[in-house]
Design a protein around this ligand. Structure first.
Ligand SMILES: [Zn+2]
Length: 279
């Protein structure tokens, strides 16, 4: 499932590949719904209008329109966006926007867990997708004291708390595992104990991991692609995620004695960690 770095990679790719403002000449909506129905009159509300800029909030891509509306797009489990020209629609292409200059934005999603909304720009903050969402981890509103406050009194594990989008936006299973490893914090530790220096350390680790992942074009485990169709390559830089039994990098544990990185299940999701480094 795409997390913040994958969506940010797509946003940056769109920004680089398309010159804005870019007029949408044609909308080809190829089915009625994905996880939710497509917005009413989507074609009419987009055609002839210009894309003014691209944004992102949490795991949602934002496409700002000259009409005053914003298209909110979630890639679901398996969605990808391709920038191309003269595209012949393929299976699972659900929305194709053709720009006046011939460039095309193709939204493909085999599992159809994606979502597309259209909402007036002034209502964005209160849109149901964002109403209960926490601070952007790479923004100025996220720091040690803010995280500590969010986790105060929480008796769930810190790993589970990080997956809660109200605590911090856009962090999912992969980057939660990687950040906890980097911060040397056990995923089993009670969330409420992440205070003071420990909260600072975790915030820095989250930011560091996300930034490096964005730089690598995100992680391509199954479906994530950059808008050029290229894969991201941060999956080759995972230190713990999906590394069960492997040696742990930047740690002095002896694999012969410890059997390497451990995996456990927390709320139905795999957590990867090193019990020696992470306390
Ligand atoms: Zn270790």
């Amino acid at each position: 499932m795409p997390e913040l770095p994958e969506v940010e990679t797509v946003r940056r790719g769109l920004e680089t590949a398309l010159k804005t403002p870019a007029q949408i000449a044609k909308v080809d909506q190829r089915r009625k719904d994905l996880r939710v129905p497509f917005p009413k009159n989507l074609k009419k509300r987009l055609e002839g209008h210009e894309i003014t800029r691209f944004g992102r909030r949490a795991k949602y891509l934002l496409i700002y329109m000259s009409s005053g509306e914003v298209m909110i797009l979630h890639l679901g489990m398996s969605g990808s966006i391709l920038i191309t020209k003269g595209h012949r629609p393929e299976k699972h292409d659900h929305l194709i926007l053709t720009l006046k200059n011939g460039q095309q934005i193709v939204f493909n999603d085999p599992r159809r867990f994606g979502m597309v909304y259209l909402c007036p720009e002034e209502d964005l903050e209160t849109h149901k997708a964002f109403a209960n969402i926490g601070p952007e981890p790479l923004g100025n509103d996220f720091n040690g004291p803010v995280l500590a406050e969010k986790l105060k009194g929480k008796t769930t594990s810190v790993k589970q708390a990080l997956l809660d989008q109200r605590v911090v936006a856009g962090v999912g299973n992969i980057y939660a595992c990687e950040a906890l490893f980097e911060a040397g914090i056990s995923p089993k530790r009670k969330a409420k104990t992440i205070q003071g220096q420990r909260a600072e350390k975790l915030v820095n680790a989250i930011r560091g991991v996300l930034k490096r992942a964005i730089k690598a074009g995100g992680s391509s485990l199954k479906d994530h692609k950059q808008v050029s169709g290229e894969l991201g390559y941060f999956q080759h830089n995972f230190k713990v995620y999906d590394c069960e039994g492997e040696n742990c990098l930047g740690c002095d544990c002896d694999i012969a004695q410890t059997n390497g990185i451990k995996r456990m299940i927390q709320s139905g999701r795999s957590t990867f960690y090193c019990p020696r480094k992470q306390k």
